[in-house]
Design a protein around this ligand. Structure first.
Ligand code: FE2
Length: 349
């Protein structure tokens, strides 16, 4: 496995690059906008393909690299389902898996620092975002932070992991790079609180100044969505309502770009074909499944996903591959449900 810890000295942010193998798929956790060129260079050097860019929570101290990485690599952006970001491609919930080929992380909802904070567990290590830091914990005084929820996330979730689990946080300001659950239990001053009330008392009296970048970072990080207007302007987008009228038509193929877990959780458009987004390139090339559906069988491809972001990128890629009939459902399944479009249970559920 490939594992890299990268540092942004301006914001004190750690970014993690994970891949199953050279030549394989990669994911990146908590990328920083100013470092995107460096990440892309490293990924070229390691010969890995970025498939997912993940933020542990909506950051207040730096602008996320999610949008720039998506624009430059067409990767999937990922956050927790509570996120207030306008559009991320995929939203995860507690208990789900975050996967790319050769890498599988358990998704753990750990609110407290913010109400959208998640941790990701991979066998011998856990990426704790700003929930649990090395000899510290993330502040809880803005972005719907809640010291009581954080106590629960730390004591009843993270500290229950095996003691030798390595802790990789999203920040450190003193040059520490890694700790373990056992070490933090023993030596993290905040975790020596005798009760939840004592912990809350400490957290409510930190009196920290706001992060310098906060007024810039938070609004920027809430507007990370792909601008889909250009796709619509070219006539390549259908509203959920207009698309719903095409269900059952023999000359239209609804193409579901989501993953199996998303299909099981949110249902599928009846009669749709499952073609996960990471396989898109192969599927739209001559000889690929979608190329055949469009070119040989003469069907109109109608892509959809969770919120319209993967499908917008898929339309562009299909158009580039000369599949001129390709369109997408603007706003994805989210908009589809709001428009009362028909849904059926995933065949795999
Ligand atoms: Fe944070």
């Amino acid at each position: 496995m490939l594992f890299r810890q990268l540092f942004d000295s301006v914001s004190g942010t750690y970014t993690y690059l994970l891949a199953g193998r050279r030549g394989g798929e990669a994911l990146i956790i908590d990328p920083v906008l100013e470092k995107v060129d460096r990440y892309l260079q490293l990924m070229r050097e390691l010969d890995v393909k970025l498939v997912k860019a993940v933020d542990t929570h909506l950051h207040a101290d730096h602008v996320t690299g999610l949008g720039a990485l998506r624009d430059r690599t067409h990767c999937i952006t990922v956050m927790g389902e509570q996120t207030k970001a306008d559009v991320v491609s995929m939203r995860l919930a507690d208990g789900e898996k975050l996967t790319v080929d050769g890498v599988c992380l358990d998704v753990l909802y750990t609110p407290g620092h913010t109400d959208d904070s998640y941790s990701y567990i991979m066998r011998d290590r856990v990426f704790t975002g700003d929930t649990l830091l090395i000899r510290g914990t993330g502040r809880t005084d803005f972005q719907n932070g809640d010291p009581r929820a954080q106590y629960d996330s730390i004591f009843n979730k993270l500290l229950r992991l095996p003691e030798d689990t390595m802790v990789f946080p999203a920040h450190d300001y003193k040059g520490e790079t890694v700790s373990t659950i056992g070490e933090e239990k023993a030596f993290n001053p905040r975790l020596q609180a005798k009760s939840v009330d004592q912990y809350v008392e400490v957290m409510n009296n930190l009196n920290l100044p706001n992060p310098k970048m906060m007024d810039v970072a938070v609004p920027a990080n809430m507007k990370v969505g792909l601008a889909q207007d250009e796709i619509a302007r070219r006539g390549w987008a259908l509203s959920a309502k207009d698309a719903a009228a095409l269900v059952g038509r023999a000359d239209v193929a609804f193409i579901d770009l989501r993953e199996a877990t998303e299909r099981e959780r949110h249902g599928v458009i009846p009669g749709s074909v499952h073609a996960p987004y990471p396989d898109l390139r192969d599927n739209i090339m001559p000889g690929g499944m979608l190329h055949k559906l469009a070119a040989a069988d003469g069907k109109q491809l109608l892509f959809y996903c969770a919120f319209g972001e993967r499908s917008a990128m898929a339309v562009q890629a299909a158009q580039d591959a000369r599949l001129a009939s390709a369109r997408h459902v603007q706003g994805g399944i989210d908009a589809w449900k709001k428009a009362d479009g028909p849904i059926e249970r995933s065949p795999g559920a």
